[in-house]
Design a protein around this ligand. Sequence first.
Ligand code: PRP
Length: 201
Amino acid sequence: MITVALTKGRLFKDFIRYLKNRDLQKYISVLENDSRTLYTEVDNVRFIFAKGPDVPTYVELGAADIGIVGSDILAEDSFNVLNVSQLPFGDCHFSIAGPPDVERFNTVASKYTNIARTFFNEKKQPVQLIHLNGSVELAPLLDLADGIVDIVQTGSTLRDNGLIEYEKILDVHARLIANKRTFYTKEDGIYQFLTEIGVMG
Ligand code: PRP
């Protein structure tokens, strides 16, 4: 049995779309189940559903053997995992965004304050960063911040909240990560699963 950590949300929808394009019905029917159950099994693969930032923690500590996670999570914090490969889905990017009339970003809200800090440090631009856990688009609307550093995929969240992109910061993709020990001790099961879903072999 191998354990695969997934996150429900944007990346999960992309993964399901990817499986549908490859007609991998065996996994689709199990994963698309609407129940609130946090794990499910098919043949020798157990899937667990974690919050995005927790996926690398489960993998690092060996509770999961492999994980599918956005490179945003891996760029924001460091984890002791094997960063195996880029996956062909989950593409989006980080941008600095705000209302249309911002002349200078003095205060910026983000869920990703490490990525934001690196960006402004590289520009040698002093900034006050405010950490929020989501719905960061609210911050400039309420004058809590001049702008946000956030993930943009379709751009509709920004548009719907009257915000525009000022500068792209970083591309984001889905990544395959693995536990440093079980990636080798469970090599056969992991390889079989990855080959089956078409990301290896
Ligand atoms: C992300 C991001 C934006 C949205 C962008 O949020 O923080 O809010 O997706 O997608 P779009 O460009 O297609 O509109 P996520 O769904 O990950 O949840 P969050 O608000 O909790 O961060």
